[in-house]
Design a protein around this ligand. Structure first.
Ligand SMILES: CC(C)(COP(=O)(O)OP(=O)(O)OC[C@H]1O[C@@H](n2cnc3c(N)ncnc32)[C@H](O)[C@@H]1OP(=O)(O)O)[C@@H](O)C(=O)NCCC(=O)NCCS
Length: 182
C-alpha cells in the first residue's frame, strides 16, 4: 500500500508546523462566514501572520484539550481547539474555543470529527462537561444543535467597536456522549 496515497481526510493533533495553514483556514472562514455579521473593518484587518503566531502558541501541550486539524491531500482544511473554560464556570469546566472548516470542505463530516476530537481530549483529561460560545447570528448554529448541544447561556462579545450577542451550547456527561454519538 502506498503510504499517504488515496486516503480520506484525516483528523489529528496539530503541530507547531501547522500554524500557518491553520491561520489561513481561520482568516478565510471568518471572512466568508461573518461578512455582514462582524464589522468589515475587523474582517479586513485579519492577518495570517498574526494568526500564525497565535496558533503556534495554541499548538503547545495544555492541561486539558488541544488543537486538532482536518487534513486532506491538499493540506489543512479545518481545525478545532479546546481547553479549560476560563470564566470560572464550575458546571462547564471545558470549552471548545473555535471550530472552523473551509467552505469547500464543509458538509462532509469533518466538523463533527473535529468537534469529537476536541471533546474527547477534554474527557480524557477528566472533564465531564463542555460549552461552546457562538455568535447568535451565526448561520451554522444548527450544527451544534444536531450534535445535541443545549442552549445554556447568553452573552455578548465586542468586535470592532460593536457589541454582538452570543449564545452558549453545552454538553454534559461527555464520556457517555462520546460513546453514544459515534
Ligand atoms: C460549523 C462547521 C464547523 C461544521 O463543519 P462541517 O464539516 O460542515 O460539519 P459536518 O459535515 O460534520 O455537518 C454536520 C451537520 O452540520 C450541519 N451543517 C453542515 N453544514 C451546514 C451548513 N452549510 N448550513 C447549516 N448547517 C450545516 C448539518 O446539520 C450537518 O448534518 P447533516 O450533514 O446530517 O445535514 C463548518 O460548517 C464551519 O466552519 N462553518 C463556518 C464557521 C463557523 O460557523 N464555525 C463555528 C463557529 S463557533
Amino acid at each position: 500500500m502506498g503510504e499517504g496515497r488515496n486516503r480520506g481526510p484525516k483528523v489529528r493533533r496539530a503541530e507547531a508546523g501547522d500554524a500557518r495553514a491553520i491561520a489561513r483556514v481561520h482568516v478565510n472562514t471568518w471572512r466568508q462566514t461573518y461578512r455582514g455579521i462582524v464589522p468589515d473593518a475587523v474582517l479586513d484587518a485579519l492577518s495570517v501572520d498574526e494568526r500564525e503566531a497565535m496558533w503556534r502558541r495554541a499548538a503547545r501541550p495544555r492541561p486539558a484539550g488541544g488543537l486538532f486539524v482536518a487534513e486532506t491531500e491538499s493540506g489543512v482544511v479545518g481545525f478545532a481547539v479546546s481547553g479549560l473554560e476560563e470564566r470560572g464556570r464550575s458546571d462547564f469546566p471545558g470549552e471548545v474555543y473555535a471550530l472552523y472548516v473551509l467552505p469547500a470542505n464543509q458538509g462532509q463530516g469533518l466538523g463533527t470529527r473535529l468537534f469529537r476530537a476536541a471533546v474527547r481530549s477534554l474527557s480524557e483529561a477528566g472533564l465531564d462537561a463542555v460549552l461552546v460560545w457562538v455568535l447568535k447570528a451565526n448561520p451554522y448554529r444548527r450544527f451544534y444543535e444536531k450534535l445535541g448541544g443545549e442552549l445554556v447561556d447568553e452573552g455578548s462579545v465586542e468586535l470592532g467597536g460593536v457589541r454582538l450577542p452570543t449564545v452558549a451550547y453545552g454538553w454534559r456527561e461527555l464520556a457517555a456522549w462520546l460513546e453514544v454519538r459515534r
